[in-house]
Design a protein around this ligand. Sequence first.
Ligand code: ZN
Length: 279
Amino acid sequence: MLCGVGKRSGEMLDYVSIPTRSPQDTLPEVIAFFRAHPVKRLGVASFGPLDLDPKHATYGCLTNTPKIAWRGVNWYRLLTEGLKIPVTVETDVNAAILAEHAWGSAISVHTALYVTVGTGIGGGAMVAGRPLHGLMHPEMGHIGVHRLPEDVFPGLCPAHEDCLEGMASGPALSQRWDMSPACLPTTHRGWAWEADYLAQALATYIYVLSPQRIVLGGGVMQHIPLFPAIRQRVTELLKGYIKRPELDKMDTYIVPASLAPLTGLYGGLRLAISSESSG
Ligand code: ZN
Protein backbone atom coordinates (compact mmCIF):
# COMPACT_ATOMS: atom_id res chain seq x y z
CA MET A 1 0.00 0.00 0.00
CA LEU A 2 1.25 3.44 -0.91
CA CYS A 3 0.55 6.23 1.56
CA GLY A 4 1.41 9.76 0.52
CA VAL A 5 1.00 13.44 1.20
CA GLY A 6 0.43 15.89 -1.62
CA LYS A 7 -0.71 19.36 -2.53
CA ARG A 8 -3.71 20.65 -4.49
CA SER A 9 -1.37 21.33 -7.41
CA GLY A 10 -0.73 17.59 -7.71
CA GLU A 11 2.74 17.79 -6.23
CA MET A 12 3.46 14.64 -4.19
CA LEU A 13 5.55 15.70 -1.19
CA ASP A 14 6.26 12.37 0.43
CA TYR A 15 5.14 8.76 0.30
CA VAL A 16 5.93 5.33 1.69
CA SER A 17 5.23 1.79 0.57
CA ILE A 18 3.72 -0.47 3.25
CA PRO A 19 3.57 -4.20 2.45
CA THR A 20 -0.03 -5.47 2.39
CA ARG A 21 -0.37 -8.15 5.04
CA SER A 22 -3.39 -8.83 7.23
CA PRO A 23 -5.57 -5.83 8.09
CA GLN A 24 -4.49 -6.15 11.75
CA ASP A 25 -0.83 -5.80 10.76
CA THR A 26 -1.18 -3.27 7.94
CA LEU A 27 -3.78 -0.74 9.04
CA PRO A 28 -2.00 0.48 12.20
CA GLU A 29 1.00 1.35 10.01
CA VAL A 30 -1.23 3.30 7.63
CA ILE A 31 -2.75 5.28 10.50
CA ALA A 32 0.70 5.85 12.06
CA PHE A 33 1.97 7.30 8.77
CA PHE A 34 -0.84 9.85 8.60
CA ARG A 35 -0.48 10.74 12.27
CA ALA A 36 3.18 11.51 11.56
CA HIS A 37 2.31 13.31 8.29
CA PRO A 38 -0.98 15.12 9.04
CA VAL A 39 -3.29 15.83 6.11
CA LYS A 40 -6.55 17.79 5.91
CA ARG A 41 -8.37 15.20 3.83
CA LEU A 42 -7.73 11.66 2.75
CA GLY A 43 -8.60 9.85 -0.47
CA VAL A 44 -8.45 6.04 -0.51
CA ALA A 45 -7.94 4.31 -3.87
CA SER A 46 -8.58 0.69 -2.97
CA PHE A 47 -8.81 -2.72 -4.56
CA GLY A 48 -12.40 -3.93 -4.58
CA PRO A 49 -15.14 -4.82 -4.70
CA LEU A 50 -16.25 -1.91 -2.52
CA ASP A 51 -19.49 -0.37 -1.31
CA LEU A 52 -19.31 3.17 -2.69
CA ASP A 53 -22.82 4.41 -1.89
CA PRO A 54 -22.47 7.10 0.83
CA LYS A 55 -26.07 6.42 1.86
CA HIS A 56 -25.19 2.88 2.95
CA ALA A 57 -24.02 2.07 6.48
CA THR A 58 -21.36 -0.05 4.80
CA TYR A 59 -19.95 2.82 2.68
CA GLY A 60 -16.23 2.35 2.16
CA CYS A 61 -16.37 -1.34 3.00
CA LEU A 62 -14.57 -4.09 1.09
CA THR A 63 -17.23 -6.63 0.11
CA ASN A 64 -16.56 -10.05 -1.45
CA THR A 65 -12.90 -9.46 -2.27
CA PRO A 66 -10.87 -12.60 -3.06
CA LYS A 67 -8.43 -11.33 -0.38
CA ILE A 68 -10.41 -13.15 2.30
CA ALA A 69 -8.76 -11.49 5.33
CA TRP A 70 -9.80 -8.08 3.98
CA ARG A 71 -13.52 -8.87 3.53
CA GLY A 72 -15.62 -6.51 5.59
CA VAL A 73 -12.77 -4.09 6.27
CA ASN A 74 -14.30 -0.61 6.28
CA TRP A 75 -11.78 1.95 5.03
CA TYR A 76 -14.13 4.83 5.67
CA ARG A 77 -14.93 4.02 9.28
CA LEU A 78 -11.42 2.94 10.27
CA LEU A 79 -9.70 5.98 8.82
CA THR A 80 -12.35 8.51 9.82
CA GLU A 81 -12.25 7.26 13.41
CA GLY A 82 -8.47 6.82 13.42
CA LEU A 83 -7.57 10.21 11.94
CA LYS A 84 -10.62 12.45 12.55
CA ILE A 85 -10.51 13.89 9.03
CA PRO A 86 -12.85 13.63 6.00
CA VAL A 87 -12.20 10.40 4.06
CA THR A 88 -13.32 9.55 0.51
CA VAL A 89 -13.18 5.98 -0.81
CA GLU A 90 -13.09 4.91 -4.47
CA THR A 91 -11.86 1.97 -6.51
CA ASP A 92 -8.17 2.14 -7.39
CA VAL A 93 -9.01 2.13 -11.10
CA ASN A 94 -11.71 4.82 -10.92
CA ALA A 95 -9.30 6.96 -8.88
CA ALA A 96 -6.58 6.26 -11.45
CA ILE A 97 -8.57 7.67 -14.35
CA LEU A 98 -9.45 10.76 -12.28
CA ALA A 99 -5.73 11.29 -11.62
CA GLU A 100 -4.78 10.69 -15.25
CA HIS A 101 -7.48 13.21 -16.15
CA ALA A 102 -6.08 15.81 -13.72
CA TRP A 103 -2.35 15.38 -14.33
CA GLY A 104 -1.64 12.62 -16.83
CA SER A 105 -2.69 11.00 -20.08
CA ALA A 106 -6.37 12.01 -20.11
CA ILE A 107 -6.15 15.75 -19.43
CA SER A 108 -8.09 17.06 -22.40
CA VAL A 109 -11.10 14.70 -22.31
CA HIS A 110 -14.14 14.25 -20.07
CA THR A 111 -15.01 10.59 -20.67
CA ALA A 112 -12.18 8.07 -20.45
CA LEU A 113 -11.14 4.66 -19.17
CA TYR A 114 -8.22 3.37 -17.16
CA VAL A 115 -7.60 -0.36 -17.52
CA THR A 116 -4.96 -2.14 -15.47
CA VAL A 117 -3.56 -5.50 -16.56
CA GLY A 118 -1.51 -7.09 -13.81
CA THR A 119 -2.23 -9.70 -11.14
CA GLY A 120 -5.86 -9.03 -12.07
CA ILE A 121 -7.63 -6.95 -14.69
CA GLY A 122 -9.74 -3.98 -13.68
CA GLY A 123 -11.16 -0.93 -15.34
CA GLY A 124 -12.20 2.46 -14.07
CA ALA A 125 -14.49 4.81 -15.98
CA MET A 126 -14.80 8.56 -15.82
CA VAL A 127 -18.01 9.66 -17.52
CA ALA A 128 -18.55 13.39 -18.06
CA GLY A 129 -15.82 14.11 -15.52
CA ARG A 130 -17.18 11.85 -12.76
CA PRO A 131 -16.32 8.30 -11.71
CA LEU A 132 -18.93 5.81 -12.90
CA HIS A 133 -21.04 4.37 -10.07
CA GLY A 134 -24.29 2.47 -10.37
CA LEU A 135 -25.21 -0.75 -8.63
CA MET A 136 -21.64 -0.49 -7.36
CA HIS A 137 -18.76 0.21 -9.74
CA PRO A 138 -17.74 -1.35 -13.05
CA GLU A 139 -16.07 -4.78 -12.94
CA MET A 140 -14.54 -4.61 -16.40
CA GLY A 141 -12.11 -7.47 -15.89
CA HIS A 142 -14.88 -10.04 -15.79
CA ILE A 143 -16.50 -9.61 -19.21
CA GLY A 144 -16.59 -12.56 -21.57
CA VAL A 145 -14.11 -12.81 -24.45
CA HIS A 146 -14.03 -15.08 -27.51
CA ARG A 147 -11.54 -17.87 -26.95
CA LEU A 148 -8.87 -18.06 -29.66
CA PRO A 149 -9.20 -21.33 -31.63
CA GLU A 150 -5.81 -22.77 -30.61
CA ASP A 151 -6.05 -21.68 -26.98
CA VAL A 152 -6.76 -24.62 -24.67
CA PHE A 153 -5.96 -22.80 -21.42
CA PRO A 154 -9.07 -23.21 -19.22
CA GLY A 155 -8.80 -19.78 -17.59
CA LEU A 156 -8.26 -19.10 -13.92
CA CYS A 157 -11.01 -16.80 -12.67
CA PRO A 158 -12.55 -18.53 -9.62
CA ALA A 159 -15.98 -17.15 -10.58
CA HIS A 160 -16.03 -17.40 -14.41
CA GLU A 161 -12.96 -19.41 -15.43
CA ASP A 162 -12.37 -17.95 -18.91
CA CYS A 163 -13.49 -14.33 -18.54
CA LEU A 164 -11.04 -11.59 -19.59
CA GLU A 165 -9.17 -11.70 -16.26
CA GLY A 166 -9.17 -15.49 -16.32
CA MET A 167 -7.54 -15.50 -19.77
CA ALA A 168 -5.35 -12.39 -19.89
CA SER A 169 -4.16 -11.39 -16.39
CA GLY A 170 -0.48 -11.75 -15.50
CA PRO A 171 -1.09 -15.04 -13.62
CA ALA A 172 -3.06 -16.37 -16.64
CA LEU A 173 -0.07 -15.62 -18.88
CA SER A 174 2.31 -17.27 -16.40
CA GLN A 175 0.21 -20.42 -16.09
CA ARG A 176 -0.57 -20.76 -19.79
CA TRP A 177 3.06 -20.49 -20.90
CA ASP A 178 4.72 -21.77 -17.74
CA MET A 179 6.89 -18.68 -17.38
CA SER A 180 6.46 -15.20 -16.02
CA PRO A 181 5.37 -12.53 -18.52
CA ALA A 182 8.69 -10.76 -17.90
CA CYS A 183 10.50 -13.82 -19.35
CA LEU A 184 8.19 -14.35 -22.34
CA PRO A 185 10.19 -13.46 -25.50
CA THR A 186 8.83 -10.53 -27.53
CA THR A 187 8.31 -12.81 -30.55
CA HIS A 188 6.35 -15.42 -28.52
CA ARG A 189 2.81 -15.97 -29.81
CA GLY A 190 1.57 -15.41 -26.26
CA TRP A 191 1.90 -11.68 -26.78
CA ALA A 192 -0.25 -11.72 -29.94
CA TRP A 193 -2.89 -13.70 -28.03
CA GLU A 194 -2.68 -11.28 -25.13
CA ALA A 195 -3.14 -8.33 -27.49
CA ASP A 196 -6.15 -10.07 -29.04
CA TYR A 197 -7.93 -10.70 -25.73
CA LEU A 198 -7.26 -7.17 -24.50
CA ALA A 199 -8.34 -5.66 -27.84
CA GLN A 200 -11.60 -7.64 -27.69
CA ALA A 201 -12.28 -6.10 -24.29
CA LEU A 202 -11.35 -2.57 -25.36
CA ALA A 203 -13.59 -2.81 -28.44
CA THR A 204 -16.48 -3.80 -26.16
CA TYR A 205 -15.74 -0.91 -23.78
CA ILE A 206 -15.61 1.48 -26.76
CA TYR A 207 -19.06 0.37 -27.92
CA VAL A 208 -20.58 0.52 -24.43
CA LEU A 209 -18.97 3.59 -22.84
CA SER A 210 -17.76 5.64 -25.81
CA PRO A 211 -14.53 6.76 -24.13
CA GLN A 212 -12.57 9.63 -25.66
CA ARG A 213 -9.33 8.00 -24.51
CA ILE A 214 -8.21 4.69 -23.01
CA VAL A 215 -5.27 4.63 -20.59
CA LEU A 216 -3.57 1.27 -19.96
CA GLY A 217 -1.44 0.45 -16.92
CA GLY A 218 -0.37 -2.45 -14.72
CA GLY A 219 2.58 -4.83 -14.78
CA VAL A 220 1.70 -6.69 -17.99
CA MET A 221 1.46 -3.39 -19.89
CA GLN A 222 5.12 -2.76 -19.10
CA HIS A 223 5.67 -4.90 -22.21
CA ILE A 224 5.62 -1.92 -24.57
CA PRO A 225 5.15 -3.89 -27.85
CA LEU A 226 1.66 -4.75 -26.59
CA PHE A 227 0.52 -1.20 -27.31
CA PRO A 228 0.91 -1.20 -31.13
CA ALA A 229 -0.44 -4.78 -31.28
CA ILE A 230 -3.55 -3.83 -29.26
CA ARG A 231 -4.15 -0.66 -31.29
CA GLN A 232 -3.98 -2.57 -34.56
CA ARG A 233 -6.31 -5.32 -33.33
CA VAL A 234 -8.85 -2.82 -31.91
CA THR A 235 -8.94 -1.10 -35.30
CA GLU A 236 -9.55 -4.45 -37.01
CA LEU A 237 -12.28 -5.46 -34.57
CA LEU A 238 -14.17 -2.16 -34.84
CA LYS A 239 -14.33 -2.62 -38.64
CA GLY A 240 -14.78 1.10 -39.16
CA TYR A 241 -18.23 1.01 -37.55
CA ILE A 242 -17.49 3.98 -35.28
CA LYS A 243 -16.20 6.87 -37.35
CA ARG A 244 -14.31 9.38 -35.25
CA PRO A 245 -11.01 11.11 -35.99
CA GLU A 246 -9.70 9.97 -32.57
CA LEU A 247 -9.89 6.35 -33.75
CA ASP A 248 -7.77 7.19 -36.80
CA LYS A 249 -4.96 8.18 -34.44
CA MET A 250 -4.77 5.11 -32.24
CA ASP A 251 -1.38 6.04 -30.81
CA THR A 252 -3.00 8.99 -29.02
CA TYR A 253 -6.24 7.12 -28.29
CA ILE A 254 -4.90 4.02 -26.49
CA VAL A 255 -2.03 5.29 -24.35
CA PRO A 256 0.16 4.26 -21.41
CA ALA A 257 -0.55 5.59 -17.91
CA SER A 258 1.74 8.57 -17.48
CA LEU A 259 1.56 8.56 -13.65
CA ALA A 260 2.69 4.92 -13.38
CA PRO A 261 3.79 3.37 -11.11
CA LEU A 262 2.15 5.86 -8.73
CA THR A 263 -1.19 6.14 -10.55
CA GLY A 264 -3.17 4.85 -7.57
CA LEU A 265 -1.36 7.15 -5.15
CA TYR A 266 -2.14 10.17 -7.34
CA GLY A 267 -5.68 8.82 -7.55
CA GLY A 268 -5.96 9.09 -3.77
CA LEU A 269 -4.69 12.67 -3.89
CA ARG A 270 -7.17 13.52 -6.62
CA LEU A 271 -10.04 12.08 -4.52
CA ALA A 272 -9.03 14.16 -1.52
CA ILE A 273 -8.91 17.34 -3.61
CA SER A 274 -12.27 16.57 -5.29
CA SER A 275 -13.94 15.95 -1.93
CA GLU A 276 -12.83 19.40 -0.81
CA SER A 277 -14.48 21.13 -3.78
CA SER A 278 -17.67 19.08 -3.38
CA GLY A 279 -17.88 19.97 0.31
ZN1 ZN B 1 -14.09 -13.45 -13.86
